[in-house]
Structures are given as structure tokens and as C-alpha cells.
Design a binder for this molecule. Structure first.
Ligand code: SAM
Length: 329
């Protein structure tokens, strides 16, 4: 088993997009009240006093949409300054990145993953649930600004949905050819929206690789991330294409992460909500760092069991009660 040293921290459950697979229309999302969110100070204290002593060195800020979180730049600065921080990254939809890319970079953020499911404004707006003025252009400019500011590598996450954006796989993969951009194709997971896409809502990564291979050829890349992606290269390309295949393949044996929700629940596995623990209440009730460490440590010890045996039965309610935006994707 790999060392579990990677914490994904959700900063907020709200989002300015409403992607159909993440926050399906018609679903009542009870947003957290601001007093329920961990404060910046609480996040820093959990990271410094609880997670770092247990060996955590890699952190990713996510949501919801993390750029909506007040005080984000200060939080990045505080986390980047901690002596044990080896890596700090952010996942965003890039809509607000035009203004924030430079301040975030200056605060110490060096890596960004951006979700971009389509290069066609109409499709993009359909997926992101937008009915007014198209938001594609501002998103694209946000991505270009991040690139200019110096975020390197720049990763683009694409959830491939049959009948919606699968025809764009080659155009999206082509973005890796001229720039050092890394395109990650993610299999849709039945979290938050199990019904929307019917029985088989995802496209196996192997099928996507086949399309790319047929057009350009595909070689295994020696650039490996620390995550679950299988990484390949179009011959001669500057960047890579990667595949996150949580539905067609099980990569539990490579999983090095746990997730902290915006309201302080620590989740051992994305596909498991029965094993999560509440850190916020303990913290607010004055539990000391050692007690919290021991709680987290217990969870880390049982994580392999949860990953392998309970990932198909990680909910006792029949379907997951939290959407990806609420867990922190
Ligand atoms: N708002 C940010 C963004 O758009 O990147 C961060 C949060 S979002 C929940 C993080 C990632 O989760 C996005 O890349 C999104 O596409 C992915 N995601 C959300 N729901 C998903 C699902 N049901 N299956 C697979 N990926 C999903």
C-alpha cells in the first residue's frame, strides 16, 4: 500500500456552475451555513497539528468552487509556508481565474487542475447548467491566464459523458500537443446523479485510448503524477493524456489520499461515506491535537479495508447522500 500522505481539502460546497453530473437539476442541495465551514485558521491548525505529524505533505484545495471562498489567497499563503508542505494544488472551474491566477501564484500555489468538459460553448453551457450569457469564453481566458502566469503543469480534467461530449475527445486530447498541458479523462461516477445517464453512463478509458491511438498513436509516458491517472503521450506532444478509470478499473491499491469536507468530515474513500469521521466538532470542543491525530490514524489504518471491500457498498442509504460538490471532488 502507498503511504497515505495526500489530503484533499474542500473549502466550500457552493459552486458558480451547476454541472449536470455533479449538481443535478432538481436536487435539493442544502448548502452549509458559513458557521459550519471550517475557518481558515481551523484548516491550518488541522493541517499543521494533526495531518502533518501523521506524515501528510501534499494538499489540494477543492470544492464546490474554491475560488468562491473568501480569504482563499491568504489560506494558500499560510499553507504554502508550513515547513512540511511539499505540494499544494487547487482544482477549479477557472471561471474566476482571470483575476485570481496571479495572486494565487504569488501566494505559493504552483499547480492547478481545471475542469473543462467541452470546447464548444453550447455544449459547455449545457453541461455547466448555464442558461444566460455563455460562460465558455471567460473560462477559457481564465485557463490562458493561468498558463501565462506560469502554472506548470497545467492539467485539464474532462468527464466524458456518452452522447454529450464524447465526440470532442480528440479535440481535447489535441490540446496536449503544442503546450505542456495534461489532459485527464475521468470516468463519470454515479455519485450525486446515479440516474441521469442510465445504466452505463461512462465510457471506459480503454475505448477513449483506442480513439486517440487510432488518430495519432499513443505511447506510455514516463511522466507519472502521484495520483491514480494512467499517463500516456501522443507521439511528439509536449503534454500528456491521462485516464482516471475508477469505474472500469480499481486503483485502490495506488490510492494515497483522504478527503476533508468543508464542514470538517474526513472521508477515507470517495466511494465510502459510512466510514467518515467528524473532526470539526472535536476541534471546536477543544480536543487536543494528539486526540485528533489518533482518530485520524485509526481511519488511516482501516482505509485499505474500506477501499477494497467497501467501495461498492460505501453507502447504507442505497445512494450517496452527498454530491461530489458537497464531498469535495
Ligand atoms: N469546482 C471545481 C471544478 O470544477 O473543478 C472543483 C470541484 S469539482 C467537484 C472537481 C472535479 O470533480 C471536477 O473535475 C468534476 O468534473 C469532477 N466530478 C464531479 N462530479 C463527478 C462525477 N459524478 N463523476 C466524475 N467526476 C466528477
Amino acid at each position: 500500500m502507498p503511504k497515505i500522505d495526500y489530503l484533499r481539502i474542500s473549502l466550500i460546497d457552493k459552486c458558480n456552475f451547476r454541472c449536470q453530473y455533479c449538481m443535478p437539476e432538481g436536487t435539493e442541495l442544502d448548502y452549509l451555513l458559513s458557521q459550519e465551514l471550517l475557518t481558515n485558521r481551523e484548516i491550518v491548525s488541522l493541517v499543521r497539528d494533526v495531518f502533518m505529524p501523521l506524515g501528510f505533505t501534499k494538499f489540494r484545495l477543492t470544492g464546490g468552487e474554491p475560488l468562491l471562498r473568501p480569504g482563499l489567497v491568504d489560506l494558500v499563503r499560510d499553507l504554502a509556508r508550513l515547513p512540511m508542505t511539499e505540494d499544494i494544488a487547487l482544482t477549479t472551474n477557472a471561471f474566476l481565474l482571470g483575476k485570481l491566477a496571479q495572486p494565487l501564484y504569488n501566494a505559493g500555489l504552483k499547480r492547478i487542475n481545471i475542469s473543462l468538459d467541452s470546447l464548444i460553448p453550447e455544449t459547455f453551457d449545457k453541461i455547466t447548467g448555464n442558461r444566460g450569457k455563455s460562460r465558455w469564453q471567460q473560462t477559457w481566458s481564465g485557463i490562458l491566464t493561468a498558463h501565462q502566469v506560469g502554472f506548470d503543469p497545467l492539467k485539464l480534467n474532462v468527464v466524458v459523458i456518452p452522447g454529450v461530449n464524447d465526440t470532442e475527445v480528440l479535440d481535447l486530447a489535441a490540446l496536449s500537443i503544442d503546450r505542456n498541458w495534461h489532459i485527464r479523462f475521468i470516468e463519470f461516477m454515479p455519485i450525486g446523479n446515479s440516474q441521469l445517464f442510465g445504466e452505463k453512463a461512462w465510457i471506459d478509458s480503454e475505448a477513449i485510448r483506442g480513439w486517440i491511438r487510432q488518430k495519432w498513436g499513443l505511447t506510455e509516458s514516463n511522466i507519472k503524477g502521484n495520483g491514480p491517472a494512467d499517463v500516456f503521450k501522443i507521439p511528439g506532444a509536449k503534454g500528456t493524456v491521462g485516464f482516471i478509470s475508477q469505474m472500469s478499473e480499481c486503483f485502490c491499491d495506488r490510492c494515497n489520499r483522504v478527503r476533508l469536507s468543508a464542514d470538517g468530515w474526513l472521508r477515507p474513500c470517495l466511494l465510502n461515506e459510512t466510514g467518515q469521521i467528524d473532526l470539526k466538532t472535536g476541534l471546536r470542543n477543544g480536543k487536543d491535537a494528539r486526540e485528533l491525530q489518533s482518530q485520524v490514524n485509526q481511519l488511516l489504518l482501516i482505509k485499505p479495508e474500506i477501499n477494497f471491500k467497501e467501495r461498492d457498498s460505501g453507502t447504507d442509504k442505497g445512494s450517496y447522500t452527498r454530491t461530489m460538490s458537497q464531498i469535495g471532488g
